[in-house]
Design a protein around this ligand. Structure first.
Ligand code: MG
Length: 364
C-alpha cells in the first residue's frame, strides 16, 4: 500500500484514530489486531486453539517506523482488545515524548497503568526497534552482544495424541532439542511417543500440571531416565514450598515460568528453582527482560528466554537478547502459518539474528 492509500485507510479506520488526528510530520502510534493462524491446533494444560489474536503496533517519528507486538496472556486478564485499549490510551501521551528517552518513557508507562504487560511490551519493542534503526545498529549490538553466542532454540510440541505427537516429532527433525508439553494423565504416553521417533535431548514443560509433590518427584525422576534435560514449572506457581521440596529430591534442573513474571519475583524463587523462563510478554518488553536476565544471573540462576505464540516481531525482539541466556525457547513464529514478517531465522535449531538495524524485520 502506498503512503497516500495508507493515510486514506488510516483516516477511515478507528484503530488508527491517532494517525488521523496528527499531521504526517508528528510522531504517531498505530495499532492493529492481527489474527495469527496456527499450523497445528495448539494444546497445553491451559488451552487449545487454532489461531491467536495479537496486537501489532507501529511507532513512527522522524521518518522511521519501529514495530512492536503484544501477545496477550489470558491468564493475566489480557486480550488483543485490552492491549489495544491500553496502546490507544497511551498513544497521545507517547507522541508528545522524546523517543530517545525510551527508558524514561517506559518507566512512565509502567507507573501510568498497572497490568497489561503484553501491551507495554508492544510499546517497548516498537521504541527499541525505532532506536536501533535510528542508530543504524541491530539491537543485539546496541546491548553489546555477540550474535554468534545466540543459543539453540527448542521446538515445542503441544499435547496431542501419540500418533500426532510422533508426526510432529518427525516434522521437527531439524531441531537438535525439543520441548515437550506435559502435565496431563497422558505424560508417559506422550514421552514414549516422542522417544519412539528420536533420541535427541528433550526439555519438558508441565505448565503447573502436577498438583501433588510426590507425583512431581516421581514424574521428574522418570523423565530424567528418558533423557530430559530440565523441567519447567512442574507445580502451580503459588506452590513454592512444595516446589522447593521437589527440587531437593530430583537431579535435573527445575525452571520457573508461571511463577516468574517480573524482576521482583526472582529473588524469592532462588532455592526453589534452578532458573527462570523470561518472556517479554510477561514482564513488559526488552528493557525489563534484560533487567530480569541480570538479576537471575546475579543470583546464580539459569536463564531462558521463552515466548508466546508471536509473529517475527516479538520473537526477533527476544532473540536479540538471546546471546545472554543459557536456553532459548523462541519458536512462536514457527508455529504460525501467516507470519507477516521475516526477522530472526533458525538454522538447525540455532537462532540466526538479523544483522540489519533495530529488530531487523522485513515483510514476509
Ligand atoms: Mg512454560
Amino acid at each position: 500500500m502506498n503512503r497516500r492509500k495508507w493515510m486514506l485507510a488510516a483516516a477511515q479506520a478507528p484503530l488508527a484514530a491517532c494517525a488521523a488526528r496528527t499531521s504526517p510530520a508528528q510522531p504517531r502510534l498505530e495499532s492493529e489486531v492481527v489474527r495469527l493462524k496456527l499450523r497445528h491446533t495448539w494444546t497445553t494444560v491451559m488451552s487449545s486453539s487454532q489461531h491467536r489474536d495479537n496486537l501489532h503496533v507501529r511507532y513512527t517519528a522522524d521518518g522511521v517506523t519501529g514495530r512492536g507486538e503484544a501477545a496477550p496472556i489470558v491468564r493475566y486478564q489480557e486480550s488483543a482488545e485490552t492491549a489495544r485499549q491500553m496502546v490507544e490510551a497511551f498513544a497521545p501521551l507517547l507522541v508528545q515524548r522524546d523517543p530517545w528517552q525510551f527508558a524514561k518513557v517506559m518507566d512512565f508507562l509502567f507507573r501510568w497503568r498497572s497490568g497489561q504487560y503484553a501491551a507495554k511490551a508492544a510499546v517497548d519493542i516498537a521504541l527499541m526497534d525505532w532506536v536501533g534503526q535510528k542508530l543504524g545498529v541491530p539491537l543485539y549490538r546496541y546491548f553489546g552482544l555477540d550474535r554468534t553466542d545466540a543459543p539453540v532454540t527448542t521446538f515445542s510440541i503441544g499435547i496431542d495424541t501419540p500418533e500426532i505427537t510422533r508426526q510432529k516429532t518427525r516434522e521437527a527433525a531439524d531441531f537438535p532439542v525439543l520441548k515437550i508439553k506435559v502435565g496431563l494423565d497422558t505424560d508417559e504416553a506422550t514421552i514414549e511417543a516422542v522417544r519412539s521417533v528420536t533420541r535427541k535431548p528433550l526439555r519438558v514443560d508441565a505448565n503447573e500440571g502436577w498438583k501433588d509433590k510426590e507425583e512431581a518427584v516421581r514424574k521428574i525422576n522418570w523423565l530424567e531416565k528418558q533423557g530430559v534435560e530440565f523441567v519447567e514449572q512442574p507445580m502451580p506457581a503459588p506452590m513454592l514450598e512444595e516446589t522447593r521440596w521437589v527440587r531437593s529430591r530430583v537431579h535435573i534442573p527445575i525452571l520457573a515460568d508461571e511463577a516468574c513474571l517480573h524482576p521482583a519475583d526472582i529473588p524469592r524463587l532462588a532455592g526453589a528453582f534452578d532458573g527462570v523462563n523470561i518472556k517479554l510478554m510477561k514482564c513488559g518488553g526488552i528493557l525489563e527482560a534484560f533487567r530480569m536476565i541480570q538479576i537471575a544471573k546475579s543470583l546464580g540462576m539459569k536463564t531462558m528466554l521463552g515466548c508466546m505464540i508471536e509473529s517475527s516481531i516479538g520473537i526477533s525482539a527476544a532473540a536479540h537478547l538471546s546471546p545472554l541466556v543459557d536456553y532459548a525457547d523462541l519458536d512462536g513464529n514457527l508455529l504460525i502459518a501467516n507470519d507477516p514478517y521475516v526477522g530472526v531465522k533458525v538454522e538447525k535449531g540455532r537462532l540466526i539474528l538479523p544483522d540489519s538495524p533495530g529488530l531487523g524485520l522485513r515483510p514476509a
